[in-house]
Design a protein around this ligand. Structure first.
Ligand code: GLU
Length: 310
């Protein structure tokens, strides 16, 4: 059950952050390697905080759907981990890569086993395994996001998916390369279709803050059923903290001090275990691919509230 509380709880701190962000010059540049994302106005900004009971607070463009992109990697990881447990970790590691999200070079040294589930190679492995187990990885993802956010209208953006598919040579190379090591089960074109649909999910800050709630509830879904064990939820939060913000995870931990996952659409989700989940959106990215205003807003949130895992 989703309750929107406009004037209490986290609302004053969100309003203060939005006001500060609005005064800060320099908002980065939208991703341009997927043409459909390049047109986003980098001055857009939204932020939402969801409490474990489903109460949501928001500011700015917090109800505006945007391209979730790599933020979805958290949900596919959780959905696959829930099904296959630790066997997943034989196919993908859980160490920071120190390389760009779409790098090929490390894969050859490490025999087709990607460093972690949040670089593209690792996410392709996770989606492949989820697809094998469910017959429709992208469908599982969207059903999960709709249920957790309470938004049945949440869906894929066909234009973004088509745009990425038309510019997907590098992801195709990663998938074929891993297939040559036997680390991909499905035909590569099938996997790539699932992957671009997954990345194209359009969701708002409110949707994604709510959908991340299971990580603040130690693995329990919005309806009270358990998706992950407490220990698995801790593991997903830990991988987010160490690997969730491209090769800037150290800087993100230093500034924000929370498990987080960013995407090139400019969204970032973050978790305060036991307390709340956040999603912030600002399409202007820094040179590592993280939202400039998003990181700044989360930095201010943990500073002003004292909420952090440290
Ligand atoms: N669809 C994007 C890609 O695979 C996701 C990138 C991201 O958000 O990190 O290139």
């Amino acid at each position: 059950m989703v309750t929107v509380t406009p004037s209490k709880g986290f609302q004053p701190v969100l309003e203060r952050i939005a006001e500060e962000i609005g005064r800060t010059p320099g908002h980065g540049r939208p991703a341009d390697y997927i043409p459909a994302l390049a047109a986003c106005d980098p001055r857009r900004f939204g932020m939402a905080v969801a409490e474990p009971d489903g109460t949501v607070y928001g500011v700015g463009d917090w109800r505006q759907p945007f391209s979730a992109q790599s933020v979805t990697k958290v949900f596919t990881l959780a959905l696959d981990l829930a099904r296959e447990g630790d066997a997943l970790w034989e196919h993908v590691g859980r160490e920071p890569s120190g390389n760009p999200f779409n790098s090929l070079v490390q894969l050859e040294y490490e025999n087709g086993i990607p460093r972690n589930p949040f670089i593209n190679a690792g996410a392709l492995v996770v989606t492949d395994r989820l697809h094998t187990r469910t017959g429709d990885a992208a469908g599982e993802l969207i059903a999960f996001l709709r249920a957790e956010s309470g938004n049945p209208g949440l869906t894929f953006d066909r234009e973004v998916a088509a745009s990425e598919a038309a510019h997907g040579d590098r992801n195709a190379a990663l998938a074929h390369f891993m297939a040559s090591y036997g680390n991909i089960d499905n035909p590569v074109p099938v996997l790539l279709d699932q992957y671009v649909r997954q990345c194209s999910v359009a969701a708002s800050c409110a949707d994604l803050a709510l959908a991340t709630g299971f990580l603040a509830r130690h693995g329990v879904r919005a309806d009270g059923t358990r998706l992950l064990s407490r220990s698995q939820a801790k593991q997903v939060n830990a991988v987010m903290l160490t690997c969730g913000t491209y090769d800037a995870a150290g800087e993100f931990a230093y500034r924000v001090g929370l498990p987080g996952k960013s995407g090139v659409g400019g969204g970032i989700i973050a978790v305060v275990p036991g307390r709340c989940t956040l999603c912030v959106w600002g399409p202007g990215l820094d040179e590592r691919g993280n939202s400039v205003s998003g990181v700044a807003a989360l930095d201010r949130f943990t500073t002003l509230t004292g909420l952090s895992v440290f």
